[in-house]
Design a protein around this ligand. Structure first.
Ligand SMILES: [Zn+2]
Length: 218
């Protein structure tokens, strides 16, 4: 649509749009072999639709050296400087930049792939992906945890091994994903980390007993 506004007579090129884990709100556009290649920060993936239109307009205008519409430009500036977005990007910069988190793809298991599979199997694909990372050491005491403040799931490296059955890491990640879905409840001044709905959903995991037994002997 934005392409049509700016280049009414040119043939429509093919678009290849991907969200990348940029540490900033970096966005790039390139014309490659007749295809428009767009790379956006995954921070913008959750932006409202009119923001995607504004971004598309700005990128295409830049590429073809056309004037950028004031309305689109203002909308974009307002959005990226809004408090939530700048906080979110600052947080992710901290995690990915300074802390140098380990990438989700381990030696044997890819946390992103396991997350996607579980997201479709149990959450209709609706759970927003948090930052997924392996713990730096082979922790046996803390096998996994969800850090709500940094929207991060950390999985112990002991799971990244060929002798760890798939159901074990799936169960561990599923448990942490349930933490993401069910925030901690405070009842009569007491924190309830695994409320009843949480436990009921956890029982939907098919190999729950085997997984728990495996974790006990890890
Ligand atoms: Zn838990």
């Amino acid at each position: 649509m934005e392409y049509r506004e700016l280049r009414p007579r040119a043939p429509m090129p093919e678009f290849d749009i991907r969200f990348r884990r940029f540490t900033s709100l970096n966005t790039t556009i390139r014309l490659r072999e007749g295809k428009l290649q767009v790379r956006l920060s995954d921070l913008l993936e959750t932006a409202p639709e009119n923001m995607h239109h504004a971004i598309a307009h700005i990128l295409i205008a830049k590429l073809y050296k056309k004037p950028i519409s004031r309305a689109h430009n203002d909308r974009y500036r307002r959005y990226v400087s809004s408090e939530t977005v700048s906080k979110q990007s600052e947080q992710i910069r901290q995690q990915r930049g300074r802390k140098r988190l380990l990438p989700p793809k381990g030696h044997f298991y890819d946390l992103e792939e396991v997350f996607d599979k579980l997201n479709h199997q149990f959450f209709h694909g609706l759970l927003g992906q948090p930052v997924l990372t392996w713990s730096g050491h082979h922790a046996r005491r803390l096998l996994g945890h969800y850090d709500a403040a940094h929207n991060t799931i950390v999985v112990s490296r002991v799971f990244d091994r060929v002798d760890v059955p798939r159901y074990a890491i799936e169960y561990l990640l599923y448990h942490e994903m349930l933490h993401l879905k069910h925030p901690v409840k405070v009842k009569n001044g007491r924190r309830c980390v695994h409320p009843r709905e949480f436990q009921a959903e956890e029982r939907l995991f098919p190999q729950l007993a085997e997984a728990k037994a495996f974790l006990k002997h890890l």
